[in-house]
Design a protein around this ligand. Structure first.
Ligand code: MV4
Length: 460
C-alpha cells in the first residue's frame, strides 16, 4: 500500500511546520490553510501550497469545517492532518472528511465521541479493569445520587463535567452542605460551556501528579505504548514542562502504567497516535483520567526518548499500513525534558504578542527546537501564545537539567516577553531537581517568591 500523494494540514504554528517536515521526508506534497493575517507565517512559507480560508477569528478559519473541506478539494489532497487543538477532536469534522472521501489522519469519529464523553469513558475503563478513582458509575443525574456516592467514598468529592476535560468544569465539594448548590452550579456551567450538563463524581485526591502514556495503534489490533510523560509542572491546567521518564517512575511503575494504557487503547478500538492520561497519588496509585485522541503538543518528548517519528507513524497507519514497530522494539533511552516557550509575561502568564526583533535559537548536542517563529515575525494575538518548544535529551535527568539551563541561556528572544526566565527559576529549584513536586508546585513557587518572608507559602 502506498502513502498519500498530498496531505492538507488543517492547523497553524509549530505543529503545522512539524507535519510539513514529516510529509517532505516521506515524499508527500503538502497544502496548508491559513487565516488572512498569517500570510507571513512559517507554515505558509514551507508548504507546497497555501490556501487562505478566512479572517483571523478561528471560528471563521481554522475551525471552519466547510472552508477546510473545500480547501482539501481544491488542493486535491487525499488526507487531512488536523494537528492538535482546533478540529483535531471534533467527531463532526472526522465525519465530514469521510463524507467527502478524504482520509482523516486520526481515529474514527466514534472513538473521538467515546473519548469526549468522560463519564462513559470512565465507566468503560472500570469495566475493562483499568483503575479509576472511586466514584460514580457513569453520569449522575441527581443530587441524591451524588450524596449517596459521597457518603460511601467520603468527602471531599469532585464534580466533573462529562463533556469537559483538561480540568474545565470541575468543582470540589468539601462537605454535604455545599453539595446542593455546587451540583446545580456545575450542571448549569457544563450546559452553558459544553451544551451538555451531565456530571460525574470522583473522590477528590488532594496531592497528585499528571502522568500520561503515549500509545500508537494501527486499528488492526496492534497497540504499542511508547512510555510515559510526566506533565505535573503546569499552571491552571496549562502544561509548562514535560519530561520522560517520570521522576517517580520505578521499573514496576512503568510496566503497570504501560499495561493500563494498552488496555485502555484496546477498549477504545484505537487507531492513530493517542495519549492515555492518568493521575498518580502520593502512594503511586495510578488512576485513568482521560484519553486524548490527537497528537499532542508534548509528542517530541516521546520521539526523542524512543527514536520513533510519531507524525510519520500517524500518516502510515491512516494510509492503512500496520505499525512499523513492535512493543519489544521500543527501548527508551536517557532523559528528555521539554518546555513550552510562550509569548507571555512570566510574572503573570498573560499573553504578550508582538514583533520578534531578535530570535536566536539554541543548538548543540541533544537540543531540539520545534517552532514557527523567526526574527522579524510578529506573534499574532488571536491564537495560542506558544511560539516554540525547546526539547533536550541527555543520558540522565541531572544532565538533561544542565543541558536545559544551557539551552535556555542561549535562547535569545527580544521584542516580546517570554516564559524563559520563569523556566530558569524552576530548573534551579531544589524540589524540581529532586523530582519532589505535585500539581500545586508552580503556584507554590510563585507564592513563595511574592512573599519571601514566609517560609511555607503554599497558599493553604
Ligand atoms: C482530579 C484531581 C483530583 N482528584 N481528579 C484536572 C485535569 C483533569 N484531566 C483531571 N484533573 C484533576 N482531576 C480527582 N479525583 C485533580 C485534578 C487536577 C489536575 C490534574 C492533572 C494535572 C493538573 C491538575 C491540576 C489541578 C487539578
Amino acid at each position: 500500500m502506498e502513502l498519500f500523494k498530498k496531505i492538507l494540514i488543517a492547523n497553524r504554528g509549530e505543529i503545522a511546520v512539524r507535519v510539513i517536515r514529516a510529509c517532505r521526508e516521506l515524499g508527500i506534497k503538502t497544502a496548508v490553510v491559513y487565516a488572512d493575517v498569517e500570510k507571513d507565517a512559517l507554515h505558509v512559507r514551507l508548504a507546497d501550497e497555501a490556501i487562505c480560508i478566512g479572517p483571523s477569528n478561528p471560528s471563521q478559519s481554522y475551525l471552519n469545517i466547510p472552508a477546510i473541506i473545500s480547501a482539501a478539494d481544491i488542493a486535491d489532497a487525499e488526507a487531512i492532518h488536523p494537528g492538535y487543538g482546533f478540529l483535531s477532536e471534533n467527531p463532526h469534522f472526522a465525519e465530514a472528511c469521510a463524507t467527502s472521501g478524504i482520509t482523516f489522519i486520526g481515529p474514527t469519529a466514534e472513538t473521538i465521541r467515546m473519548g469526549g464523553d468522560k463519564a462513559k469513558a470512565r465507566q468503560m475503563m472500570k469495566r475493562k479493569g483499568v483503575p479509576v478513582v472511586p466514584g460514580s458509575d457513569g453520569p449522575v443525574n441527581s443530587e441524591d445520587a451524588v450524596i449517596k456516592i459521597a457518603k460511601k467514598i467520603g468527602f471531599p468529592v469532585l464534580l466533573k463535567a462529562s463533556a469537559g476535560g483538561g480540568g474545565r468544569g470541575m468543582r470540589v465539594v468539601r462537605e454535604e452542605q455545599e453539595l446542593s448548590q455546587a451540583f446545580m452550579m456545575a450542571q448549569r456551567e457544563a450546559l452553558a460551556a459544553f451544551g451538555n450538563g451531565d456530571l460525574y463524581v470522583e473522590k477528590y485526591l488532594p496531592s497528585i501528579r499528571h502522568v500520561e502514556v503515549q500509545v500508537m495503534a494501527d486499528g488492526k489490533g496492534n497497540v504499542v505504548h511508547l512510555g510515559e510523560r510526566d506533565c505535573t509542572v503546569q499552571r491552571r491546567h496549562q502544561k509548562l514542562i514535560e519530561e520522560s521518564p517520570s521522576p517517580i517512575a520505578t521499573a514496576s511503575f512503568r510496566k503497570r502504567i504501560g499495561e493500563y494504557a494498552v488496555k485502555a487503547a484496546k477498549a477504545f478500538k484505537y487507531r492513530n497516535a493517542g495519549t492515555i492520561e492518568f493521575i498518580v497519588d502520593d502512594d503511586q496509585n495510578i488512576y485513568f483520567m482521560e484519553i486524548n485522541t490527537r497528537i499532542q503538543v508534548e509528542h517530541p518528548v516521546t520521539e526523542e526518548i524512543t527514536g520513533v517519528d510519531l507524525i510519520k507513524e500517524q500518516i502510515r497507519v491512516a494510509a492503512g499500513l500496520p505499525l512499523s514497530f513492535r512493543q519489544n522494539q521500543i527501548k527508551p533511552s536517557g532523559h528528555v525534558i521539554e518546555v513550552r516557550v510562550n509569548a507571555e509575561d512570566p510574572e503573570r502568564f498573560v499573553p504578550c504578542p508582538g514583533k520578534l526583533q531578535v530570535f536566536n535559537l539554541p543548538g548543540g548536542p541533544g537540543v531540539r527546537v520545534d517552532t514557527c517563529a523567526y526574527a522579524g515575525w510578529t506573534v499574532p494575538p488571536y491564537y495560542d501564545s506558544m511560539i516554540a518548544k525547546l526539547i533536550v535529551h541527555a543520558p540522565t535527568r541531572d544532565e538533561a537539567i544542565a543541558r536545559m539551563k544551557r539551552a535556555l541561556h542561549e535562547f535569545t528572544i527580544e521584542g516580546i516577553k517570554t516564559t524563559i526566565p520563569f523556566f530558569l527559576r524552576i530548573f534551579n529549584h531544589p524540589d524540581f531537581i529532586k523530582g519532589a513536586f505535585n500539581t500545586a508546585f508552580v503556584e507554590r513557587v510563585m507564592n513563595a517568591e511574592r512573599q519571601p518572608e514566609k517560609k511555607n507559602g503554599n497558599g493553604s
